[in-house]
Ligand binder design. Structure first.
Ligand code: ADP
Ligand code: MG
Length: 388
């Protein structure tokens, strides 16, 4: 709770009064199911122990004040009724976009707020520091203005803030993970109807660890790649006569591939349909209590992202190859690709040796040292204080 106290103190210093409460929302890492969300398929994220905290006080005079303890920027002061999409408010666009999305959806009871944020989610590492900011804001406003929205409804509005206000075309996984995950579980999310199931993922009980390796790189190549892959998947669905690639059953994949002429489209379709299947295989193994057995599924997923979707990079390939050679059970890049993070499943007793191998390999290759930490499946967004 030390962090909660610090964010309250920061709020008091900035605004000269006490906040109405403190809320938390985590970053996330995706275990399996990549580039499947916009194809209305399956994903399986887990929440990280890293969170964005927000101390918030309700206002009813139309004023929105925003501040982050983590960056050098003065308090942003905005008027809720003149918030405009894509106005490039820098970091403040994330929380401001949530206010805009709520009001645009008819929740005009949201008439202002003073917000002070502090986050331990690494930014730009593919761990959804942006969704953590949005979701913590959405949860706080939902409580303070008694909007009565569910976590999933808040996640969808937070996604709308990022898509339409900030201008980033992300799927709904990040916000759903931050809003809906529970400790000790991975979240099976069906991106067609947003139905969810908490799948047991108690690593510690089985003597396992899931390491997150933040490669510390973000290649410029990634800038247009997401839109290109997305358009390619839509084209594949069109050629196959389905609304989304989710509708191609895995058993029908070989037949579907013979009906596609373009090699690039064929690769994208193969990735998406096989990754949906890997999510299903992972769930079956976790439900059977066999976490170890998902290792090869993760590594297979990496090969698909590298060879078919072609969104990996030398740093991420090095993590996976080195970790597996050093005794990991399996590994894959996670997130949008071209940098960001990888996940590595290891026996707890092997974690140090695998970590050292990856650090050594990065040094030998002349790459910046990666940041490596365990992903403990943690709880989703919640009110920290006052207790309810
Ligand atoms: P990711 O979500 O993978 O971490 P994004 O590029 O989507 O990366 O989001 C990162 C952006 O979110 C930052 O550039 C910044 O604008 C905003 N952000 C994240 N965390 C904070 C924070 N603690 N304070 C202020 N802005 C933040
Ligand atoms: Mg983000």
């Amino acid at each position: 709770m030390e962090r909660a106290e610090a964010v309250v103190r920061g709020f008091q210093e900035l605004y000269g009064k006490a906040p109405d409460g403190v809320w938390a929302a985590p970053g996330r890492v995706n275990l399996i199911g990549e580039y499947t969300d916009f194809n209305e398929g399956f994903v399986m994220p887990l929440a990280l122990p890293h969170t964005a905290l927000a101390a918030v006080a309700r206002r009813t005079d139309g004023v929105l004040r925003l501040h982050s303890a983590d960056i050098e920027a003065p308090v942003a002061e905005l008027a809720v009724d003149t918030l405009a999409p894509l106005s490039d408010g820098g970091w403040a666009a994330y929380p401001a976009g949530v206010v805009w999305a709520l009001r645009d959806a008819g929740h005009t009871a949201v008439t202002g707020a003073d917000i002070h944020l502090a986050s331990t989610v690494p930014t730009g590492a593919g761990l959804s520091s942006s969704a953590a900011l949005e979701v913590v804001t959405a949860f706080a406003l939902n409580d303070l203005f008694a909007l009565g929205l569910t976590p999933a409804e808040l996640a969808v509005l937070a996604q709308r803030a990022e898509n339409d206000f900030v201008g980033v075309p992300c799927g709904v996984m990040d916000q759903m993970a931050s809003a809906c995950c529970t400790g000790g579980h991975a979240l099976h999310l069906d991106c067609r109807d947003l139905s969810t199931r908490q799948v047991p993922f108690d690593l510690e009980a089985q003597g396992l660890r899931l390491l997150v390796v933040d490669s510390r790189v973000k290649h410029a190549l990634g800038d247009g790649a997401y839109a290109e892959r997305r358009a390619g998947c839509e084209e594949g669905a069109r050629q196959l006569g389905v609304s989304h690639l989710r509708d191609i059953a895995y058993a029908r994949l070989p037949d579907a591939l013979t009906r596609l002429e373009d090699d690039r489209i064929r690769r994208y379709v193969r990735h998406v349909v096989s990754d949906d299947h890997r999510v299903e295989r992972t769930i079956a193994l976790l439900d059977a209590g066999d976490i170890r057995a998902i290792g090869p599924v993760l590594t297979e997923g990496h090969a698909s992202l590298r060879d078919d979707l072609r969104i990996s990079c030398p740093e991420l390939d090095l993590v996976v190859a080195t970790a597996n050679a050093a005794g990991a059970l399996g590994a894959r890049m996670t997130g949008g690709g071209f940098g960001g993070s990888a996940v590595v499943l290891v026996e707890s007793g092997d974690a140090d040796a695998v970590t050292k191998s990856v650090l050594d390999a990065f040094e030998a290759a002349g790459f910046t040292a990666p940041r490596i930490f365990p992903a403990v499946p943690s709880e989703g967004a919640r009110r920290l204080s006052p207790a309810v």
